[in-house]
Each structure stands twice: as structure tokens, then as C-alpha cells.
Design a protein around this ligand. Structure first.
Ligand code: GTP
Ligand code: MG
Length: 318
């Protein structure tokens, strides 16, 4: 299925001039247009509210159809038939009931050195494998907020899976993100373009929280921080659903006092907790062994866990 299937000019209310305006702002297809809400489109284009309402309504109808009701049986069938993206670490794929599902947000939260970035690197490679080998034959976009991306790790992981290391690197688009506004622009425009034009199937944000913690400091700005975080997570979910792509976010942890001890909790508060679909907590075990535990998920059993190890070849079974 083509992602930019319908031309902008083909929908009601959009002539050559409006199409040109939209394209000049980075909106390249009707599917992309349908992701915007009226306020965002008015801000971006200076069109009148009436025109914007009309254009967005026809865009949504063209992309999502007019019938928005589905039977639960059909939904169940769809979920069963979705293609899972595997990490190719057997214990983790079993924990995730076959691998990652598309149209959902996976969060890997944990303290430093628990393997969050390594898992992201591995998925950026396995997404490129064919379906018979646990991939989906797609490319990845790596939104790097912590200077964490490492080409040499990709090369090692690619070799392990018999991929040409240069091709594997070519299929990973790295975007260095400097602040929250930058992340918003990159996701709303660049990431959608890469999905439509470069076969990107996996969105990685490593990490989602670092920028927000650094930029909105102190209690006074907490509400603003959470609002901005909520906004970007909502956009990521809109994209995941409209384009059937996979999403992985990494998150840091906070030490929360509980009586005499401190427990580690994912950062980002309720906003992040509600926005992610599957929340996975990573912990250190002994030596190079780590544990992934289900913290919150609509389908995976609470506290179920898997062990893995980080080696020169990436993330592996113990
Ligand atoms: P933060 O980003 O600091 O919060 O941590 P993280 O959870 O992202 O940690 P990451 O995924 O980067 O994992 C770091 C671990 O991977 C460390 O224990 C490293 O020793 C290990 N590691 C990284 N590269 C290699 C490698 O090439 N070989 C081996 N054997 N281990 C590696
Ligand atoms: Mg990291």
C-alpha cells in the first residue's frame, strides 16, 4: 500500500495554490495532512479556520473513510494478523508475545547501563530483516537526544544477522534533537516524510525524557513540561496509527522514597505512563545480565520478566 496514495489536489477544498502552500510547509500527502488538528494547521499556514476545517474533514474522510465503527471480532483478527517485529532475543520476544506490535508505543525504562540504548540499536537492525527472520523489511529513524547512537554497534549487530554493515547503516536515519520544539518539528515533518519516502517502519526516541528534564526545570515549569510531553506523545501515536509503524521510547528513572528505602520509577509522571502502550522496566542482574520486566500493559502479564545479556554482538539470550 502506498503511503502517499492520494494527491493533495485530489481532495475537496485543495486547489493547486493550497497544495503548493501545504507542500512548502512540509505537508506532502493527504495522509500527512490528516494528522493535523485545526489549530496546528492554522498556525502553520495562516489559512482561515473555515477553510482549515473543511480541508481537514475531507483529508480525514479520504484517509480513514467515513465508517469509523468496527466489530470487536474484526479487531481481534487484526491484532492476531499484525506482523511482529522481533528483537531476536528469544526470551524478550516471548515476553512480548511474539515481538513488538505496530500502532503501539513501547517504553524501555531503567537506570544507566541497563541496555535501553543497546536494545534500540538491535531493533534498528532487526527491523531491516525479512519477515521470515523476524523483521519487516523496513528502515529505522533514530531520534537521538543523548548522543547515544553508535555506528560501530550497528556494524557488529548487522554482521551477526548476516546483513551488509554499510547497507544496515544506510537504512538508519539518525536525527540529533536539541530541544523540545526541535523534537516536535522533527516528528511532525521529517519523520513522516521518512516514513512516506524512505520506507521507515520503526521510530526510536532515545530518550524521550532527557530533553524535557533539561529544558523545563523546577516545580514552576512542571505543568508546562508535562503538557509539552503529552503533546509530542500524542503526535507519535497519531503517526503510529496512521502509518502502521513500530515505536520504541527509552526513559530514565527517578528514585522515589518509600519509607526507609528508595525505589526506582520511570520518569515522566502520569503523562508518560498513560501515553505508552507497553511499559517495560529494565534492571541489572549479575555481571552483564539484565532483566526486562512488564510494568504496565493492556495485554502482557504484570511482572512477567525475561533475562538477556549484552555482548559484543548486541543483545542476546542468556
Ligand atoms: P543510559 O543511556 O546511560 O541510561 O543507559 P542504557 O540503558 O541506554 O545503557 P546501554 O544500552 O548503553 O547499555 C550499556 C551497557 O552495554 C554497558 O554495560 C556496556 O558495557 C554494554 N556495551 C555497550 N557496548 C558494548 C560492546 O560493544 N560490547 C559489550 N560486550 N558490551 C557493550
Ligand atoms: Mg542509553
Amino acid at each position: 500500500m502506498g503511503q502517499g496514495d492520494i494527491d493533495l489536489e485530489d481532495i475537496d477544498g485543495v486547489g493547486p495554490k493550497t497544495a503548493q502552500l501545504l507542500r512548502s510547509k512540509g505537508i506532502l500527502s493527504v495522509r500527512h495532512l490528516a494528522l493535523f488538528n485545526p489549530e496546528e494547521l492554522i498556525e502553520l499556514t495562516d489559512m482561515t479556520p473555515d477553510r482549515v476545517e473543511k480541508i481537514l474533514r475531507s483529508a480525514r474522510e479520504a484517509v480513514f473513510g467515513t465508517n469509523r465503527v468496527s466489530r470487536a471480532t474484526d479487531l481481534a483478527k487484526n491484532l492476531e494478523n499484525t506482523i511482529r517485529l522481533k528483537t531476536n532475543v528469544r526470551a524478550i520476544d516471548e515476553l512480548l508475545q511474539g515481538g513488538l506490535e505496530p500502532k503501539a508505543i513501547y517504553e524501555f525504562a531503567g537506570e544507566f547501563g541497563t541496555g535501553k540504548t543497546q536494545l534500540c540499536h538491535q531493533l534498528a537492525v532487526t527491523v531491516q530483516l525479512g519477515q521470515d527472520r523476524g523483521g519487516v523489511g523496513g528502515a529505522a529513524v533514530y531520534l537521538d537526544t543523548e548522543e547515544a547512537f553508535s555506528p560501530s554497534r550497528i556494524i557488529n549487530i548487522a554482521r551477526r544477522f548476516d546483513l551488509d554493515p554499510n547497507e544496515a547503516l544506510d537504512n538508519i536515519y539518525v536525527i540529533k534533537v536539541v530541544n523540545a520544539a526541535d523534537l516536535e518539528d522533527r516528528i511532525k515533518l521529517d519523520v513522516v516524510k521518512l516514513i512516506e519516502q524512505a520506507n521507515v517502519k520503526l521510530i526510536i526516541v532515545d530518550s524521550i525524557i532527557a530533553l524535557y528534564r533539561a529544558e523545563f526545570r523546577g516545580r514552576e515549569r512542571l505543568a508546562e513540561r508535562q503538557q509539552r510531553l503529552n503533546y509530542i506523545l500524542d503526535w507519535i501515536m497519531r503517526i503510529a496509527k496512521a502509518y502502521n509503524v513500530y515505536v520504541v521510547l527509552t526513559n530514565q528513572v527517578l528514585d522515589v522514597p518509600m519509607g526507609y528505602i528508595e525505589v526506582k520509577r520511570p520518569a515522566g509522571g502520569n503523562v508518560l505512563a498513560h501515553a505508552v502502550t507497553h511499559r517495560l522496566f529494565l534492571k541489572k542482574s549479575r555481571e552483564d545480565i539484565k532483566v526486562m520486566e512488564v510494568l504496565d500493559s493492556p495485554r502482557l502479564p504484570y511482572k512477567a520478566s525475561a533475562m538477556f545479556r549484552i555482548t559484543d554482538r548486541g543483545v542476546e539470550d542468556v
